[in-house]
Write a protein that binds this ligand. Structure first.
Ligand SMILES: [Zn+2]
Ligand SMILES: [Zn+2]
Length: 94
């Protein structure tokens, strides 16, 4: 097998962006309970039940608390943030 063996797997786009480089997260439909998530840019991988093992939703602060960053559909793409999915800080809310 070559190093690019992952190309032989079926990867599905998820509505999440990686916290390493904010590129789209791919999920491998391997038929297992734990999916493999992969950054479409740098190739970082993580296994788990949810995309947050790799995506920006799982960002934590230095003290381990939730950084309140979530992947969201980009309702208003701009030249600065042209991505379909963006990671944005949660508002302070009501
Ligand atoms: Zn990455
Ligand atoms: Zn996410």
């Amino acid at each position: 097998m070559m190093d690019a063996g992952y190309l032989g797997h079926l990867w599905a786009l998820t509505p999440h962006v990686s916290r390493c480089c904010f590129a789209r997260v791919l999920a491998c439909e391997g038929g297992r309970e734990e999916r493999v998530y992969r950054c479409s840019n740098c190739g970082s991988q993580a296994e788990g039940g949810e995309a947050r093992v790799l995506c920006a939703c799982g960002s934590v602060l230095a003290d381990g608390s939730d950084a309140r960053i979530r992947c969201q559909v980009n309702e208003d793409p701009t030249p600065e943030y042209p991505g379909e999915i963006v990671a944005a800080e949660l508002g302070n809310g009501p």
